[in-house]
Structures are given as C-alpha cells and as structure tokens.
Design a protein around this ligand. Structure first.
Ligand code: FPP
Length: 246
C-alpha cells in the first residue's frame, strides 16, 4: 500500500522541492501511553528517520524540520536536558547513514545558546555531511522566525551604517539573503502533525506561499507513507501565488 503511494507520487511528477515540517505531538503521544514526555521525544527521533527516508525516496530536495524553538528554552530544565541529550544521540546514531545517503545537514537557529557539547556535535555533523547532493536536511534548533527576521534587520542596518549599501537598496531579496535559509528556495509545502492549526513562529517569511497540510497523526507515529500522502495532497492543489490560473 505505501509503495503504491510512492509510485503515485512519482507518476504525478512535480512534487514539492522543499518541505517544512512542524513536528508536534510528542508530549501527547507519551501521555497517551502514561509515559514521561522525554520518551515521546525519543519516539519522535525515530520518526525523523522516517521523514528523511521518505523524502529521499520521493525526490524531495530540501527538508526543514522544526526541532526546538526559542520558546522551548522555557520548558522545564529536565525536558530541555532530555531534548539536548537526544540531539547528541541523534547525531551519533545517524551521522554515518546520513553521509552515506547523500544528505547534507544544516542546523538553523541561534546555535550560540546550545550547551558546549551539543554545539560541538552539531558542528561535527554539519562538517561531516557537507557536500551531500541528494537531500538538504535543515534542522531548526533554538529557532524563532521573529528573531531570525530581527537578526536580518540588524545585519542590514549594520551594512547601511558601514556605508556598504544604501537604505534604498533594501528589498525582499536582500532580506531573504540574510535569513538562515538563504541558500534554499522557500518551502512549497508545510506539514504540521497532531492536528494543531498554528505556525508557532516557524519560517514566517519563507512560508508566505506554502501549501499547508495538517494531519492528526502525532509526530512519533509519523511514517514515510504519511509524508507521501501529504505530497499527493500537494499535487492536487492549484497554486496561484495571488494570480489567476492560466
Ligand atoms: C513538539 O512536541 C516537539 C518538540 C518540542 C521536539 C521535537 C523533537 C524531536 C522530534 C526529537 C528530536 C529530534 C532531533 C532531530 C534530535 P510537544 O512536546 O510540543 O508535544 P505536545 O504538544 O503533544 O505536548
């Protein structure tokens, strides 16, 4: 059944180049099993592998995952500690396979807030997977879209003050070039799991014309066929970018 979905995706052609995902519902998954929340995140880590392998199989070029927001720093210390430990575990466990599969990993966000060990681990994974050509995997960590836009404004202001550009040179392209995602096209498709209908301060600039797909599936239950179902739904949509259909 799931291979049929992939076959249909391939037959349809013109799938999304860039998919962004808000991975939500780890806590509810754990609560539903009377487990501590960190075990929900651990199960969520396995689903990350499903998403990556599903994206590779479907020919997606860029996959951007929201793993930890700036607001998540306000969670209880033990949950933050568990998430940081999982990040290191993910890197240790997946590094060789990601490299072998041709995945280039980048971490987007305020990485300076990460503890030293995690900072070193993310730098290691980025360096190790550099140059992979099949999939760009962006993992947003300590990320907030408003902070990202504020940072871009500050960078532009500094360049104007230094005389390297005029205020009148600032246009949408100049802003986009100072976002963490500057190397990538905007997401075509945003997937949010667990049924919530919010953007949660994720890629507010980049998602301007993304198609939105919300599934009730909790993130730890997310499997590659769920990704393919989302792509099939995307392929049925009529994207107009504010214009009329030709
Ligand atoms: C949202 O669920 C999920 C997170 C805050 C963390 C996402 C982390 C992972 C998927 C695992 C680690 C991933 C990597 C790449 C190392 P929630 O806790 O807000 O769930 P709830 O809304 O049900 O409480």
């Amino acid at each position: 059944m799931s291979e049929e979905l992939l076959h249909q995706v391939t037959l349809n052609g013109a799938g999304p180049v860039h998919i962004a995902v808000i991975m939500d519902g780890n806590g509810r998954w754990a609560r539903g099993r009377a487990l501590p929340r960190p075990l929900g995140h651990q199960a969520g880590m396995r689903a990350v592998r499903e998403a990556v392998e599903g994206a590779l199989a479907a020919g997606v070029e860029v996959l951007t995952l929201f793993a930890f927001s700036q607001e998540n720093w306000q969670r209880p210390a033990d949950e933050i500690g568990a998430l940081m430990a999982l990040l290191e575990e993910y890197i240790a466990r997946e590094m060789a396979d990601l490299k072998q599969q041709g995945v280039t990993v980048r971490f987007l966000g305020d990485l300076e807030r990460l503890p030293q060990a995690q900072r070193a681990a993310v730098e290691r994974l980025m360096a190790h997977t550099e140059g992979g050509t099949r999939l760009a995997l962006n993992i947003c960590i300590s990320y907030g879209a408003r902070a990202e836009l504020t940072r871009a404004a500050r960078l532009l202001a500094e360049e104007v003050r230094a005389g390297r550009m005029a205020a009148s040179d600032i246009d949408e392209e100049q802003v986009a070039r100072r976002l963490y995602t500057s190397a990538f096209p905007d997401p075509d498709l945003l997937i949010r799991t667990s049924g919530e209908l919010r953007l949660s301060n994720f890629l507010l600039w980049q998602l301007a014309y993304a198609e939105i797909y919300v599934t009730p599936v909790l993130w730890p239950d997310f499997q590659r066929q769920h990704l393919w179902e989302a792509i099939l739904e995307y392929q049925r949509r009529d994207r107009r970018f504010g214009k009329v259909t030709a």
